[in-house]
Structures are given as C-alpha cells and as structure tokens.
Design a protein around this ligand. Structure first.
Ligand code: HEM
Length: 301
C-alpha cells in the first residue's frame, strides 16, 4: 500500500502535569530548544504532524511561480476532501445509531471544513491565463476529475455512479477504496433511515436498497420532510438536521461554482485536461444537488 512511506515517526507524549511543571520552570516563556534529544535529528512538532514528509511533497514541474499556488492548493483541497469525507461518514454512522444530537454537532464542523474548501480557491483565482499556459502542458492528462478522494466524497454524500468508479480499475488499491464508498450507504440514506424509524411514512423498501445504485427520489420522502417542516416544534432535532443538510448542500454548490468561475477566468472555453469540453461541462455538473426531496419539499410548505 502506497501510504506506508508517510507512516508517522514515534514521539514522546506529555501529560498536563508535566506541562504545568515545565511552564513554571520557564516562567511561562516558550522552551527555545526544539531538539528531540538522544541524537534525534527531528523535533516533536515535525514528528507529530509528519511535517518533513508533508513539506517534501511539492514537485512543481516548471519555473513558473504561479505553479506552486496551483500545486499547493490542489494538495490542500485533497486533504480537506479527506477530512470532509471522514466527517460525513462519522455523521452517517451517528444517524444510523439514532444519535441525531451528536450528528448535528459534527455537521457544524463539516460545514466549517466546506467553507475553508471554498475560500481555498483564493490564490488560484489570481492566476492569469498567461501564467497558467506556462505550465499547463506539464499536467498532461491529469485533472481534478480523477481525484479519488473527491469521488469518494461525492459517493458519501449520495451522488452514486458506477460509471465514475470504473476508470480507477487499472489502479487496484484506489479502485478498492472508491468501490467501497460506492457500495456504502450515503449520508442521505442514513437520514432517511431516521425518518423511517420515526414513523414519518418513508417505506422500509426505500431505505433498504442497493446503495451502489443512484438514489431515486420518492414522494413519501418529500412528504416526510414537509411534515418535519410543518410540525417543526414536534420534530425539533429533525428540523435542525434538515437545515444542516441543506447548508451542506449549499456549501458544496458554493465550492463547485467558485471552481467554475475560477476555471472560466483562467481557461475561457478551452477543453479540460480530463477530456471534457471544460466550462460547459463544469456548468452542467454544478447544477447537481444532494438530498433532492429536501429541496422539492420546500415548494409544498
Ligand atoms: C487553474 C486551475 C484549475 C483549472 C483550469 C481546472 C479545470 C478543470 C476542468 C476543465 C475540469 C473538467 C474536467 C476536465 O476536463 O479536466 C475540472 C474538474 C475538476 N477539478 Fe479542476 N481546475 C483547476 C483547479 C483545480 C483544483 C486546485 C482542484 C482541487 C483538487 C480541482 C478539482 C477538480 C475536481 C474535483 C473536478 C471534477 C469535478 C466534478 O466531477 O464534479 N481543480 N477542473
């Protein structure tokens, strides 16, 4: 497995008591000796965050200064996709365990992660067409559309498509992860299970489905969400859940539109490195929304 090379170095943990003694001995000032001791060529900070590995992973292919902004933003977003994917799965599991309160707590964090994702476009949006053209050829056929973390995130949120999992087949260890996310229940599947258990009229066959298949909206689900909104005092936690899911959907759309506007500004109508028409294709996928009945129910309230 590829990730072995990023295995963390070992480091020595410290207790509250030890930290208190140390702060007393320095009079509250920082300890200005970062050495690991015992002949170690590292520091505790490097070891804990694997900083040496992380800062050794930037390999721009040209001397164009703007390439580093593009490169590092891509890496930052991959990390944030991973964080968001992990949080979304945690929230899904809490909903399956009927713990709506804790799910709401983690949904607040997930939304903050999404906001960071959207603002992380800032450096890239300053790249001019001339600067981008100076390193674009080096990308070859590499495109964000191939991001396996992003694809898993889309699946975890409920945008299932086996067609988008198939292209990873030649890279077995990636394909296994993507297929696992495709087959797993999504966050929305978990939310609908809660509605079903609360007797809001969502039938069992609708929640017990083949999770790898694209989700098909159902009138009973629209009616269930509408009931939650109409009787929100009776269903306080589900009302909060519905609004938190809407926020997640909206923040995701914000990321997609900011990407779209950034690409339009840099690339105009040139085709993408991933083989699409570029901006026209991105405009089409930006129209996608998660949790469909949560939006359609609004027309009936
Ligand atoms: C100069 C900056 C960028 C340009 C011009 C650009 C362009 C494009 C284009 C044209 C596509 C459509 C697929 C294709 O044919 O390639 C695409 C898709 C995509 N890009 Fe970017 N991109 C940029 C930066 C980034 C960055 C930094 C990320 C973060 C990892 C990213 C993530 C994605 C993702 C995830 C998709 C697939 C979207 C989907 O399937 O809904 N892009 N990009």
């Amino acid at each position: 497995m590829r990730l072995e090379r990023t295995a963390p170095r070992s480091y020595t943990p410290m207790t509250e008591e030890e930290r208190r003694h140390r702060a007393e001995s320095t009079g509250g000032e920082p300890v200005l000796d970062y050495g690991g001791g015992n002949g170690s060529d590292s520091t505790a900070y490097i070891d804990y965050h694997s900083v040496d590995v992380l800062l050794g992973l930037q390999h721009p292919r040209t001397g164009e200064p703007a390439e580093l902004s593009f490169y590092i933003t891509g890496q930052i977003q991959e990390l944030l996709f991973k964080l968001l994917f992990t949080e979304v799965n945690r929230i899904r599991d809490l909903l399956f365990a009927d713990d709506v309160d804790d799910a709401l707590r983690y949904l607040r964090r997930a939304e903050r992660v999404q906001r960071v994702l959207t603002t992380s476009w800032e450096p890239v949006s300053t790249i001019t067409p001339t600067e981008f053209a100076a390193f674009r050829d080096q990308l070859g056929s590499a495109s964000g559309i191939q991001s396996y973390m992003y694809r898993q995130l889309e699946f975890a949120l409920g945008n299932k498509s086996s067609r988008m999992a198939d292209p990873y087949k030649p890279v077995d260890w990636v394909h296994q992860q993507v297929v696992a996310a495709l087959r797993a229940p999504s966050l929305y599947d978990a939310a609908l299970t809660v509605l079903h258990r609360r007797g809001l009229g969502v039938p069992a066959h609708h929640v017990d489905r083949d999770f790898a298949e694209p989700y098909q909206p159902h009138p009973s689900v629209e009616e269930a969400w509408a009931r939650v909104y109409r009787s929100h005092r009776e269903h306080r936690d589900l009302y909060a859940l519905a609004e938190a899911l809407c926020e997640l959907n909206q923040q995701y759309a914000q990321w997609r539109y900011t990407h779209l506007l950034t690409v339009e500004r840099i690339l105009g109508h040139k085709p993408g490195t991933g083989g699409t028409s570029g901006i026209d294709w991105l405009r089409k996928v930006a129209e996608h929304r998660f949790f469909p009945e949560l939006l359609t129910a609004r027309s009936t309230i």
